[in-house]
Write a protein that binds this ligand. Sequence first.
Ligand SMILES: CC1=C(CCC(=O)O)c2cc3nc(cc4[nH]c(cc5[nH]c(cc1n2)c(C)c5CCC(=O)O)c(CCC(=O)O)c4C)C(CCC(=O)O)=C3C
Ligand SMILES: [Fe+2]
Length: 395
Amino acid sequence: MTLDHRTTAHDDDTTPQPRGAGSTLLAPYDSLLLVSFGGPEQPDDVVPFLENVTRGRGIPRERLVEVGQHYYLFGGRSPINDQCRDLLAALRAELDRRGIDLPLHWGNRNWDPYLDAEVQAMAAAGHRRVLSVLTSAYPSYSSCRQYRENLYDAVQGTAVQVDKIRHYSDHPGFVTASVDATLAALDSLGEHGDGARLVFVTHSIPTAMAEASGPAPRSAEGGYLDWHRAVAAAVTRQVDARRGREHGHDLVFCSRSGPPNQPWAEPDVNDHLTALHATGTAAVVVVPIGFISDHMEVIYDLDTEASETAEQLGLPFARAATAGTHPAFVSGLVDLMLERAAAARGEDPARPVVDDGPVGWYDCQPDCCRNLRDPGRPALCQVGGPVSTPSAPTR
Ligand SMILES: CC1=C(CCC(=O)O)c2cc3nc(cc4[nH]c(cc5[nH]c(cc1n2)c(C)c5CCC(=O)O)c(CCC(=O)O)c4C)C(CCC(=O)O)=C3C
Ligand SMILES: [Fe+2]
């Protein structure tokens, strides 16, 4: 899917540069690609979508039936594709505002428009140097390497080269969006806001995957959790400063799947709300920092399930918005594109992060976010090129 820049309006409050004036800003790239997860758009899509997601991944049948119900509860339609369309339109407007007229494409891992078809179409249109943005901000196999493997598969038989922007969860744009959303959610709690605890939530992943995430040397918990803890602390610090008080905070998890005997990152958000209530917490703001928009995990696991848990407990609850198309997030993504392009030209651009947090890398180390099932599977955006992962899995 391509968005034509000529169909998108400019912002009113800024002076657009003349067409083409900024076109060289993203050199050497000739095109942009948003890479996302995909989701069903009607009831008949649900089962084939789930089959795409879970092929060869050992998810129990009962879990699939249960997750299918989450989708049917929302008419068999995930919000994720519409959110990608909104993000594409917002990115197009911001690129236009800066005079950048590179074509912007979109491809998904698990549903139409599929990544493979989109990359083939880009190759046919003559694109060779593609800069990609993943709709996932953090390092881990599921949130980074798996997409890079999909990109490797997608470029086969073409001359297309793909780079990506660095991981962006602690970029000022993403953090500003989370801070604004958290402040608004606290305000929505009225008198309960001051006593509210900030409960940051992300997608649970198997602990073995978490521990293998990020480049070596790794902390015991691994880069996926480290990066989330850095974002949670940074958002809390800014929220506290703005409100002139200290809100306690935690990092918890949603959307566990996999067999029960396989350890996944814990605690679960519902268990955690129960524990907080038992120890006297007066109210909670749930902040889904693990997702850039309101995916099914957000509207089901948080807005439906966790909010019901809170209601049963009598615990005042508000859910902070995801970054979505927050202007700071959108312009931050364009800044990250400009930064990546400068680096590709051999320049040494500034790489801003909040609070001295971890700085993302452009090309992953071969052993970063290892594929524990198929360690030899090639991936793009990797130091040394698309080569096999050398080290065998440790478990
Ligand atoms: C880290 C992470 C992200 C965040 C990074 C990113 O955004 O990529 C993410 C995103 C998403 N996950 C999604 C959906 C699903 N994920 C599943 C299964 C799994 N996710 C995992 C991890 C992640 N997933 C893992 C380790 C599994 C187990 C199977 C496996 O090892 O691969 C399953 C199978 C059923 C189930 O068990 O839930 C479904 C349906 C959707 C679409 C939502 C919508 O439709 O709005 C989105 C954005
Ligand atoms: Fe998932």
